[in-house]
Design a protein around this ligand. Structure first.
Ligand SMILES: [Zn+2]
Length: 136
């Protein structure tokens, strides 16, 4: 599926650089021991920007829920319609959720509650992004 290009900015660059290297990292506040996604300049709990780090995740997660997209407004995604849009909960913290098209899984055959693992796919502008596949 052709995907939108991603434009990293100063805040998100470490996330995308890690993806390029085949790693999934999430912003973590070491003071609160709390993950947050999407990344912010400051911890959403304690408000400090001094204790934020990028923590590597296991790359394992669970499918929380999904829908099937039949009429996407984003032109570059229309050729892949219909496609899954699943919400993935990370193993480290189910409150950290990411979206996935679940490549390799037919629409409406998504195992809700099932395990997934992260994979990395290039987008239209060459930037690699994390995706998720149903784990056997
Ligand atoms: Zn904090």
């Amino acid at each position: 599926m052709a995907k939108q290009g991603v434009q990293p900015d100063e805040l998100t660059k470490p996330f995308w650089d890690a993806a390029t290297n085949g790693k999934l990292v999430i912003q973590n506040c070491t003071a609160c021991n709390r993950l947050q996604n999407p990344p912010l300049p400051r911890c959403g709990q304690c408000g400090s920007g001094d204790n934020l780090e990028w923590k590597e995740m296991s790359g394992r997660g669970t499918i929380y829920n999904y829908c099937v997209v039949y009429d996407c407004p984003i032109r570059s995604l229309q050729e892949g319609q219909p496609f899954n849009l699943a919400v993935i909960m990370l193993e480290e913290d189910p409150a950290i959720q990411m979206y996935s098209h679940l490549p390799g899984t037919p629409v409406d055959e998504v195992p809700i509650g099932g395990p997934v693992r992260v994979v990395f796919e290039p987008t239209a502008n060459g930037q690699v992004v994390p995706e998720w596949e149903v784990a056997a």
